[in-house]
Design a protein around this ligand. Structure first.
Ligand code: ZN
Length: 156
């Protein structure tokens, strides 16, 4: 395993769309292992492959209830709203209030290609949405609540 460099918001790769993973091989497993190590080292709760410079639909997350690996994830259900501060390892020291669904269900493949369904509420729901957005080039600052937009304007 090895630490990978986390890119920051100036890097145009963060605005690109990631490709679907088709091969569940050693290279994917190495990427997953490196991403998990990088996330722990950076004290993050989630990391998407574009953040380490790889345009593949791969996410790792751990909101305190164990490591989750998501390959080709899709949100299949969402309900309600929540407004909490979010941050991002690629936007260090920026924290603004963001609007997200209260509950989401996600369908994704595991490292062997098997489809699984996950449910998240509160932080976990936010994290699913935040990381899956990264795969489409979307950052949390694109999803700010009104209050969050004011927070950002005041900071800059
Ligand atoms: Zn992020």
């Amino acid at each position: 395993m090895a630490l990978r460099k986390v890119v920051t918001k100036e890097d145009p790769i963060l605005r690109k769309k990631s490709r679907v993973v088709e091969k569940f091989d050693d290279r994917l497993w190495e990427l997953l292992d490196d991403m998990a190590e990088t996330m722990v080292h950076a004290e993050g709760v989630g990391l998407a492959a574009p953040q380490v410079g790889i345009l593949k639909r791969v996410v790792v997350m751990n909101v305190g209830d164990g490591l989750i690996e998501l390959i080709n994830p899709e949100i299949i259900f969402e309900e309600g709203e929540q407004f909490e501060d979010e941050g991002c390892l690629s936007l260090p020291s920026e924290y603004y209030q963001t609007k997200r669904p209260a509950v989401v269900k996600v369908k994704a493949q595991d490292r062997n290609g098997k489809w699984c369904v996950y449910k998240g509420e509160e932080l976990k729901a936010r994290c699913f949405c935040h990381e899956i957005d990264h795969l489409d080039g979307v950052l949390f600052v694109d999803r700010l609540s009104e209050e969050g937009q004011q927070q950002m304007t005041q900071t800059k």
